[in-house]
Design a protein around this ligand. Structure first.
Ligand code: ADP
Ligand code: MG
Length: 367
């Protein structure tokens, strides 16, 4: 169990900046997700921590000691990658025992430890099988057992579930997190799957072109994204362009292109400034037929809209609606078993706290 600190880490490949002054701090026992699109630098960071990539600048500290210049095997890490690199000609037992045999531990000690690890990943009794006699999920559990057998300080996982199909992947996510909690090992987990990152991680960092765009607890980054990229990467969202138009009680007001207004609790720049507000599709309440009453202080949000397209999803219905000049998406829980047809007059209401002001305008508002 260990703390990991990444300080101003930079790495180039020719003209490509794979990492640009990345700084992150992991607490002891934390499960930390690195999330971002393909090519954003996640693997480069993981391989730098592992010692396979030599960064040009910056430091990697484990428990306060700089390991940037020491060799991989002396960093005391466990690793699992997407494509399980088990030795095909060796039994499951020998695969898991491998890191210990290299260290010349005693035979009885090795046997005890390997069996413990196989129990941990629920493969007790599978020791004599060959990797090809196991399913993909089981092979990844063997890889995990091998990564943990020498009791490393930090576990590095690079899309370890990436090759598994969806059901197995979800089951393995739960197991992986249970095992990690049981062992209590500080873990860096790379994925490009936002749902996987949100459900598994204590904290996440969103990567974009070698830079950490935003880091924090899943709920914090999802509910309060700072940039359009972070907002869009963590799930569906709406971008609403407008201009700052003063205050209304405790809320700030933004006027949209068609003159409708919305309210936010976020601090706003000077009146007249172009801004972009984001609202997640599940925050809207849909009203059809008549306009809902506003809250007493008039600060609740309510936009008049027209339904453009309902998309039936079973448990929910996704509506594409048009509000003035902008198209919005909303998710509606399918309680009534009813689909509102295109062309229906509708109102969207939501609480001002769900109007999140973004750092950078998405596009120039036309209003
Ligand atoms: P991710 O894991 O987020 O998909 P990577 O860390 O693998 O991203 O890659 C970051 C960038 O560095 C990409 O543009 C990639 O093409 C480049 N890159 C990674 N490894 C190498 C390499 N060995 N040689 C040249 N370019 C590389
Ligand atoms: Mg990668």
């Amino acid at each position: 169990m260990s703390r990991v600190e990444i300080r101003d880490l930079s790495k180039r490949y020719g003209s490509v900046v794979a990492l640009n002054k990345v700084s992150l701090s992991l607490a002891d026992g934390e499960f930390f997700g690195l999330l971002g699109p393909s090519g954003s630098g996640k693997t480069t960071l993981l391989r730098s921590i592992a010692g396979f990539v030599e960064p040009e600048a910056g430091q990697i500290l484990i428990d306060g000691a700089d390991v940037s210049r020491i060799s991989t095997h002396r960093r005391d890490l466990g690793m699992v990658f997407q494509h399980y690199a088990l030795f095909p000609h060796m039994s499951v037992f020998d695969n898991v025992a491998f890191p210990l045999s290299v260290r010349r531990n005693g035979k009885t000690e090795i046997k005890k430890r390997v069996e413990e690890m196989l129990e941990l990943v629920q493969l007790g009794g599978y020791g004599q099988r060959r990797p090809r006699q196991l399913s993909g999920g089981q092979q990844q559990r063997v890889a995990l057992a091998r990564a943990l057998v020498s009791n490393p300080r930090v576990l590095l996982l690079d899309e370890p579930l990436g090759a598994l199909d969806k059901n197995l992947r979800q089951q393995m996510q739960v197991e992986l997190r249970q095992i990690q909690r049981e062992v209590g090992i500080t873990t860096v987990f790379v994925t490009h799957d936002q749902e996987e990152a949100l459900t598994l991680s204590d904290r996440i960092a969103i990567f974009r072109e070698g830079v950490v765009e935003q880091a924090g607890e899943p709920g914090e980054v999802y509910e309060r994204p700072r940039t359009p990229f972070a907002a869009a990467f963590l799930g569906a969202t709406n971008f609403i362009p407008g201009r700052v138009a003063g205050r209304n009680g405790s809320a700030g007001t933004v006027v949209l292109g068609d003159g409708q207004r919305l309210h936010t609790l976020d601090p706003l720049p000077a009146e007249g400034t172009a801004v972009t507000v984001t609202v997640r599709p599940e925050k809207f309440t849909l009203h059809v037929g008549s306009r809902p009453p506003l809250d007493e202080d008039g600060a609740a949000n309510c936009l008049a809209a027209e339904i453009v397209q309902p998309i039936y999803m079973g448990a929910s219905i996704t509506y594409r609606v048009k509000a003035g000049e902008i198209e919005l998406t909303l998710f509606h829980q399918n309680r009534e078993s009813r689909i509102e047809p295109p062309g229906s007059r509708a109102w969207l209401s939501w609480a001002p706290k769900h109007s999140i002001l973004l750092d950078a305008p998405v596009s120039k508002p036309s209003g």
